[in-house]
Design a protein around this ligand. Structure first.
Ligand code: NAD
Ligand code: UGA
Length: 458
């Protein structure tokens, strides 16, 4: 018989690992097991070098692992033991068949539903932790019931809003926890079970309960609206470069309107990460499925603007360097999709690097945490080198391009970097984290994002 105080999470990734570590830390009377088919990943979770870099995660895992937090490749035994089963497997964009390029690929989720149904020896609460299309719970419930040995399954939606790099802070002190359930007495009871877990550390007024479709929808819309703000500001950055306005000043002035707010108005080389693009495309596909082409086109433009911004950054490099970078050395500072993570999934850096390589540049890449992933992303490309030291990376470079907003990039000795580089020494700050006037004084040709360049070449 399953233990009501045993939680299983299937999927030990960027979400499953940290969320379960937090639950284990806050609920010491619960047993929390995290299972994954990737044995290498599980071995890493059980080692001193965790499979993902996230500030604060090491300490949290060390605090609970082996006490009430366990990582295993054996999901089946855990399904028998656990009453509450989170599923946090990946839901990438489908690459084949109907909906290819937009719809979410639910094959991993479906596999989990089948395994749960076949191995559960009593009723279970199954929690959607992955980001899923609206009405996925209906499909999941049908699969569970069709394969069950006569037991009831209650499907809840509990989307995750953590951001990488701040995952532990976000989990510890979330803006809200969202739990969607079926509007039935059983659904309500299941929902209450989950509310009680989060209520151990999250104030009740921040635990929002809704119907299951609203919960699934809210997750997609939250990501789409965050991305939409970035795309809006990125579109303005292009206009600023032409007009003499400075996008940083515009962003500040606009964001100080309390109705708009300052967050997610930072222009850059484009948003990356495993989710924004895939979730918006998933939303677009949903709109198309429900025959709402105008709504679909509205959201799709957020992704198109992002692709334009990535392309625009690379094109500006080529244009500014006398229309050719063939044979020139370009150093990229940063490859992760954002600071404080080693994750490079959908990183704008991948697109930018490939475009520069196609222009026959020699690329050197430095990133404090993402070099191993960068190597995989650029596997098969020639003329690219990966470097563990930023100064060595900048040696003989014709240009440095800042692609990720790592704080350390702002703290380097740019006098030294200037002396190491070929002249004229170009610097393209795709994240606006450097002191542009100081760099100009040192002799650099400075290209901030979303404002005019500072150049000695008249
Ligand atoms: P991930 O790829 O890091 O982890 C998913 C894990 O699931 C992988 O380790 C994979 O091996 C495992 N898996 C797949 N099929 C399995 C199976 N049948 N049995 C056992 N394990 C299986 O993905 P992630 O970044 O953790 O994202 C997971 C979900 O959470 C996605 O739907 C994503 O959209 C959503 N999400 C992600 C973030 C984020 O910051 N990464 C934030 C919020 C929501
Ligand atoms: C995002 C959301 O912020 C999370 O709430 C959500 O849970 C998660 O997606 C998800 O569903 O996966 P994440 O992708 O980890 O989190 O990181 P963000 O901080 O949102 O950054 C995403 C991208 O946007 C990064 O490339 C970042 O550099 C870029 N960004 C962010 C900007 O270009 N400008 C900004 O002002 C903010």
């Amino acid at each position: 018989m399953a233990d009501k105080k045993h939680i299983l999470c299937i999927g030990a990734g960027y979400v499953g690992g940290p969320t379960m570590a937090m639950i284990a830390a806050k609920c010491p009377d619960y047993t929390v097991t995290v299972a994954d088919i990737n044995e290498e990943r599980i071995a890493a979770w059980n080692s001193d070098t965790l499979p993902i870099y996230e500030p604060g995660l090491d300490a949290l895992v060390k605090q609970c692992r082996g006490k009430n937090l366990f990582f295993t490749a054996d999901a089946i035994s855990a399904i028998r033991d656990a009453y509450i089963i989170f599923v946090s497997v990946n839901t990438p964009t489908k690459r084949f068949g109907t909906g290819a390029g937009k719809a979410a690929n639910l094959q991993y989720w479906e596999r989990c539903a089948r395994i749960i149904a076949e191995n559960a020896d009593g009723p279970r609460i199954v929690v959607e932790k992955s980001t899923l299309p609206v009405r996925a719970a209906e499909m999941i419930h049908k699969i569970l019931q069709a394969n069950s040995n006569g037991f009831e399954f209650h499907v809840l939606s509990n989307p995750e809003f953590l951001a990488e790099g701040t995952a532990i802070k976000d989990l510890e002190n979330p803006d809200r926890v969202l739990i969607g359930s079926m509007r039935t007495p059983d659904g309500h009871e299941a929902m209450q079970t989950l509310v009680d877990i989060y209520a151990r550390w999250v104030p009740r007024e921040k635990i929002l309960t809704t119907n299951v479709w609203s919960s699934e929808m809210s997750k997609l819309i939250a990501n789409a609206m965050l991305a939409q703000r970035i795309s809006s500001m990125n579109s303005v950055s292009a206009l600023c470069e032409r007009t003499g306005a400075d996008v940083r000043e515009v962003s500040r002035a606009v964001g100080m309107d309390s109705r708009i707010g300052a967050k997610f108005l930072r222009p850059g080389v484009g948003f990356g990460g495993s989710c924004f693009k895939k979730d918006i495309l998933n939303l677009v596909y949903l709109c198309e499925t429900y025959n709402l082409p105008e709504v679909a086109a509205y959201w799709e433009q957020v992704v198109k603007m992002n692709e334009y911004q990535e392309r625009r950054f690379a094109e500006r490099i080529v244009r500014s360097m006398f229309n050719t970078i063939s044979g020139k050395n370009i150093t990229m500072f940063g490859f992760a999709f954002k600071a404080d993570t080693g994750d490079t999934r959908e990183s704008p850096a991948i697109y930018i690097a490939k475009m520069l390589l196609e222009e026959n540049a020699n690329l050197t890449i430095y990133d404090p945490k993402a070099l191993e992933n960068a190597k995989k992303d650029l596997d098969g490309y020639e003329n690219v080198r990966f470097c563990n030291d930023p100064y060595e990376a900048a040696k003989d470079a014709h240009a440095v391009a800042v692609v990720t907003e790592w704080q350390e990039f702002a703290e380097y000795d740019y006098r030294k970097i200037f002396s190491l580089m070929a002249k004229p020494a170009f610097i393209f700050d795709g994240r606006n984290i450097l002191d542009h006037n100081a760099l100009f004084e040192l002799g650099f040709e400075v290209y901030p994002l979303g404002c005019q360049e500072l150049t000695h070449l008249k």
